[in-house]
Every structure is written in C-alpha cells, then in structure tokens.
Write a new protein. Structure first.
Length: 244
C-alpha cells in the first residue's frame, strides 16, 4: 500500500512523491530545456515579479495566458494589482515531463492574508500559462484558517529511496482514487491512505481536533468510511499535470 498524506488544494492538484518516470504518450509534452531545478527557478521568478508587481521580472511568453479563480484575464490584473506581499516559502513541486510546476503558499492583500495555489506551464524557458487560485477570507462565516500559521506537512518534501518509488501511472491512480472516494461518499475507499493521513482545507485541519467532521472521526480513511462528505456530489474536470 502506498502511504499518502493528503492536503486538499482547490483547483490545483499536486502529487508529491519522488518519481521521474515519463508516462506513455507524453513525449510531445516533454520540456527538455528545463529540468526540475529550472522549473522551480521559474516559479521563484514569477513570485518575485508578483511581489514587485512587475511582469518584466519573470520570463513570460509573448502570448502567455493567465487564469485566476477560473476566470481568464489579462496578465497584470486580479491579484497582480492588489497583492501586497508573498510568503517567503511555500510548497513547491515540478514535473519536467510535462513542463509544469506549482507553488502553494500565502499572499497579502490590503493587509489581509489569503491562500494562493499557483500552476505554471513552461516551454522553452518561458511561462506560457499561469493558473492561480486565490482563497480569500470569506464574507460569510465559513472555515478559514490564519494564513500566517500555514504549515506544510514535511512528508511532501521527503524523497523516497529509488526502490520505494512508484511509477507515474500508479501515483496518478492513487490521487484519482482519492477524488473518486470524495465523489461517492458511500463508505467505499477507492485509494490507499496512510494511517497518519491528514487533510488541510483553507488552513484548517478537517481530520484532527474537535471541530466539524473531526469531532466525529479522526483521520482521512475513518471519515470517508462514515460518508461524512456527502455534500460533494461530483468532482469534474480532473487533471493531473504534475507528478513530482
């Protein structure tokens, strides 16, 4: 069984395990000029440009697309106009096989913290796509943690020994099975959970503590076996652009 500690990110899926194999049929997606370190470097350039509100600090392609919270808009609008700060560190993943990289951390707008999930597509050293999901403090009461206290599970940065790594297709299947489990919510488990699996949403743990579903059952698998998330009826448009 593969141990997976979960963090639910809205809009961007990160599969964080040590794998470098290329899936069949992906040859056309390979970005040979940008390895993992290169992709992470491009992410840092983007964040620096965002922090300074200066697109010229990042290597954008001429016709780069920018999407924020599922809305396509001209690069420089949205968060680019309101950002007041970007956290110094974040969860970083990259996939040279597809030329995609992602970052999950926090930003500041008008003195208020928000969560940012970012995916970049890089081709020939330039950013061709930027997809951002910004989760701001809701107007109406809803679960929302303190962005200043966001901590990433160190398991996401662990590098497994070569003999313990799984092939790319298996990692995608484990992640896809998680969303199938979320979608069904009938007690069936369609993926493999580590006994210590924890889930964080909007900076709040939903699997430990004494609030919400955690007050009924602790841990990922225990909650799903009870069908505690029946509000989720369908998980559509699943994409798996990054296997790291």
């Amino acid at each position: 069984m593969i141990g997976v500690r979960g963090m639910a990110l809205v809009g961007v899926l990160l599969i964080s395990c040590a794998a470098r194999a290329q899936a069949p049929g992906e040859a056309s997606a390979v970005s040979p000029g940008c390895n993992r370190a290169c992709l992470i470097g491009v992410v840092h350039s983007y964040l620096d440009a965002l922090r300074h509100k200066d697109r010229g600090l990042a290597p954008f392609a001429k016709h780069a697309r920018y999407v924020e919270n599922d809305v396509e808009m001209p690069l420089g609008e949205g968060l680019w106009g309101s950002v007041g700060g970007v956290s110094a560190t974040g969860l970083e993943v990259a996939d040279p096989a597809t030329g995609n990289a992602a970052w999950f951390g926090t930003v500041e707008e008008h003195g208020q913290g928000a969560f940012l999930a970012l995916r970049l597509k890089v081709a020939e050293g330039q950013i061709t796509e930027a997809e951002a999901v910004v989760q701001r403090s809701p107007v109406h009461p809803a679960p929302f943690g303190d962005p200043a206290k966001l901590q990433h599970d160190p398991a996401f940065q662990e590098v497994l020994p070569a003999e313990q790594r799984r092939e790319r297709e298996r990692l995608v299947a484990v992640a896809n099975g998680y969303f199938s489990t979320v979608e069904q919510n009938d007690g069936q488990i369609f993926t493999a959970f580590d006994p210590d699996c924890q889930r964080t949403e909007n900076g709040i743990s939903t699997t430990s503590g004494a609030q919400g579903a955690a007050a009924i059952a602790q841990g990922c698998e225990s909650q799903f076996r009870l069908g505690l998330y029946r509000i989720n009826k369908r998980v559509r448009e699943r994409r798996f652009p990054i296997v790291d």
